[in-house]
Design a protein around this ligand. Sequence first.
Ligand code: CP3
Length: 344
Amino acid sequence: MAESKTLLRALAGETLPTPPIWMMRQAGRYLPEYRATRAQAGDFLSLCYNPELAAEVTLQPIRRYGFDAAILFADILLVPQALGADLWFVTGEGPRLSTITTDAEMAALKPVSDIHETLNPVYETVRILSRELPKETTLIGFAGAPWTVATYMIAGRGTKDQGPAHALKSENRPLFEALMDRIAEATVEYLSAQIEAGAEVVKLFDSWAGSLRGDDFDRYAVEPARWIISQIKERHPGIPVIAFPREAGDGYIGFHKRTGADCVAVDDSVDAAWVAKNVQVDGCVQGNLKSSHMVTGGQALVDETRRIVEALKGGPHIFNLGHGITPDADPDNVQLMIDTVRNG
Ligand code: CP3
């Protein structure tokens, strides 16, 4: 039977008359129904580990907008927690973790085979979603890429320039690489379990790939993505993978071929016309409207959405933002973006 899900068709390399659309952080604080369910759960992590409520917030943007894909509600930092790191969120500030900067702290992490004990509720969320999603909606699972996850595990928090991770990489490369390997192995297990539970696509978020330069980009962004994708495809032939090496710049060129990704997601620091010429030539691309348009809306949103659709209409394209939607976004602007993509 011919594939009917538009997201899967784009990922298979088809150029569609209207690009499928979804939005990073589409389940999130800009939606009043998300805030209500989060309050019911108590806090963000309790929401991530409550399969019924996590499935509910995943479905909310699908019900409201009819996006072509749903992304599992979870967080990239659940993997460090499953490996034994302490994790908590400070309201208004973001994540905090116990740090890994010494060989002793590394030795205290749990083996990869233990992660499912913590992550089982996430797989249950995926199972609920694969039953409850509309038949035309594709379910996307995800994980953080090793470098991005390592930056949080080393610093114990988000950092502007990923300084602590760069420092450990220079000062104790064997420890840094042991941590990268542990995360990569855990990521393969985690994504495989999501696929077994019903995820139809997986996405690897490398939010801080842009701070890796030269050889470091090849060794710590390209190579882990290539290895993880090869392992996933060996276990689950045919499963499409989206890679997002955010702010990679020229590093986006050849990223499909170098890693085996079916789709490369691009942020808004690169122009769509440049993406068509340099990245889409190798396969499907996803992106890349600036998320601030979801706050400001109006004719600028419409014009820029049209420009991106036009620039990328010659090849496979999944419409998305260049990064996650922010809490101050206006839900009506999301509808305006969708209407513009679908109706021109
Ligand atoms: O809707 C979706 O996209 C699915 C769920 C999802 C979340 N986080 C939920 C979330 C996904 C795919 C992520 C990925 C994620 N998490 C990344 C990579 C993508 C990116 O944005 O660069 C990163 C770096 C994280 C780590 C993380 N989680 C941070 C730094 C923060 C704090 C900043 C913030 O936005 O509050 C989070 C919290 C988080 N993850 C929220 C959500 C909905 C907000 C929590 C809340 O409800 O208060």
